[in-house]
Design a protein. Structure first.
Length: 115
């Protein structure tokens, strides 16, 4: 079993920045993929970015050039640096881990971009 705990959400003005963090605990070892998803009101959950244990990264087109995903394998953490935030980035952001034992989700953290 893997537990994921996100932190770092909040309210930010358009053009601002936020950094989300996710700490994984439990049976997370070996090769895995960690990532971030988001879900806005009335919309489906969408993939934002993923990073493998080896450091291979993928981004959704909507966040390329603005968001940066990173991870610390020794600490089992993954972070999402979000710059140039816009109102359309408002959503609940979820940490995700795909491991040999299954797929796990954090509880989500709210990000609101508003003036």
């Amino acid at each position: 079993q893997v537990q994921l705990v996100e932190s770092g959400g909040g309210l930010v003005q358009p053009g601002g920045s936020l950094r989300l963090s996710c700490a994984a605990s439990g049976s997370i070892f070996g090769s895995n993929v960690m990532g971030w998803y988001r879900q806005a009101p009335g919309k489906e959950r969408e993939l934002i970015a993923t990073i493998t244990t080896a450091g291979s990264i993928n981004y959704a087109d909507s966040v390329k050039g603005r968001f940066t995903i990173s991870r610390n394998n020794a600490k089992n953490t993954v972070a999402l640096q979000m710059n140039s935030l816009q109102p359309e980035d408002t959503a609940v952001y979820y940490c995700n881990a795909r491991t040999i034992s299954g797929v796990y989700w954090g509880q989500g953290t709210q990000v609101t971009v508003s003036s």
